[in-house]
Design a protein around this ligand. Structure first.
Ligand code: F0G
Length: 363
């Protein structure tokens, strides 16, 4: 019998001993890379979607959290803390529980999706709603970790980046090489940092894979997308009042800002903004044409790809990977709105075959 063992066991030879020594895992990673036929046709490229919503807590954060909690467990930590727009808190709660640790999470009051809030509470975390935004929460969490005996498990913790870089390894393992272009949403900028590190390490001939050569021959261009109302890297200055329906990336002053710019520069990539409307269009396209249900922030990668295609920036026939970072069930309300913003109203019928057939349009 065999099952995927989780990202630390699967990629142990490419992770530091501080993480592999004492592994806390929910068997995260091993997520599908799904060929997206409709999107491919739309943009004239070979588009694949890396569906990170299929991780144990429904987002890519689990890759970094298994690493951060494993590292904390090795050090004998009894408690962890994080700031979050929702997914990190859901993940931290689950992995802290698995490790027998206490978990405190700081979230912006009223600005995190219901699914994520329930996950943190179900996982037994102490949830603190801060009257402020994510950036305020992160400042508080850093101060707490300095002054009190709690480990910070945000992506400023290097173990988080180590765990998250495994997503790039999986993409290369699935495609046989790096893609030409990798699109992803950017919030606090940990994930673009992690992917770029992973692609770099997998293309390094001094660190050969099983066959004695580097698993990848090259690195992709990194295309990162921020929400237009929360686009500090695009604007070149912090945003005091970030606003977007994609609450996961409602961030005005990303912690890994310089690393995100380095990924852009070194890869010959871009970091651009997409509007909430473009995000929702991509969200609807993914669910209704590809069968892939994601939360709004995740759709920013696809929204960005569509936008750059419209601007003539997608090379014909290119291999493109779009990471979709979180599951649609985290924040399901957006599926219940039509393209014009109206509420979608389900049809009601009596217990009668003909009425049902009528409602289904069967003749
Ligand atoms: N997509 C989703 C679904 C996220 O939850 C996040 C970040 C991102 C994209 C952006 O990734 O921050 O590495 O650039 N969520 C964090 C959280 C901030 O607290 O859950 P990033």
């Amino acid at each position: 019998p065999h099952q995927w063992r989780g990202v630390i066991a699967e990629y142990a030879d490419r992770l530091p001993a501080s993480i592999t020594e004492h592994v806390v895992t929910l068997r995260e990673g091993g997520t599908p890379l799904i060929p997206a036929e409709h999107l491919s046709e739309l943009v004239g490229a070979q588009v694949h979607v890396k569906y990170e919503g299929l991780n144990p807590t429904g987002s890519f954060k689990d890759r970094g959290m298994t690493a951060a909690i494993s590292d904390a467990a090795r050090q004998g930590a009894k408690a962890v803390i994080c700031a979050s727009t929702g997914n990190t808190s859901a993940s931290a709660a689950a992995y802290a529980t698995k490790a027998g640790m206490e978990c405190g999470v700081l979230v912006p009051d009223g600005k995190i999706a219901m699914g994520k809030l329930s996950q943190a509470i179900a996982g037994g975390a102490t949830l603190i709603q801060v009257r402020g935004n994510f950036d305020d929460c992160l400042t508080l969490a850093r101060k707490l970790a300095e002054a009190y005996p709690v480990e910070l498990v945000n992506s400023v913790n290097p173990a988080r980046i180590e765990g998250q870089k495994t997503a790039a390894f999986e993409v290369v393992d699935a495609l046989g090489d790096a893609p030409d272009i990798h699109c992803l949403p950017v919030g606090n900028a940990g994930n673009i940092t992690a992917y770029w590190k992973g692609y770099g390490e997998y293309a390094d001939p001094r660190a050969p894979g099983a066959g004695g050569h580097a698993p990848a021959s090259r690195r992709p261009r990194m295309w990162g997308f921020q929400a237009a109302g929360a686009a500090p890297i695009v604007k070149g200055h912090p945003v005091d009042d970030p606003e977007t329906i994609a609450t996961a990336i409602r961030i005005g002053n990303p912690a890994s800002w310089p690393q995100a710019e380095a990924a852009r520069e070194e890869s010959g990539g871009v970091i651009e903004a997409v509007t909430d409307e473009e995000i929702l269009t991509a969200h609807r396209l993914l669910s209704s044409r590809e069968g892939i249900f994601v939360e709004p922030a995740s759709a920013a990668s696809v929204a960005g790809l569509l936008k750059r295609h419209a601007a003539g920036q997608v090379p014909a026939g290119a291999t493109v990977v779009c990471t979709v970072t979180g599951h649609g069930l985290k924040d399901p309300q957006w599926a219940l709105k039509g393209a014009d913003g109206s509420d979608v109203d389900p049809v009601r019928v009596s217990v009668d075959v003909v009425s049902v057939a009528d409602a289904l349009g069967l003749e």
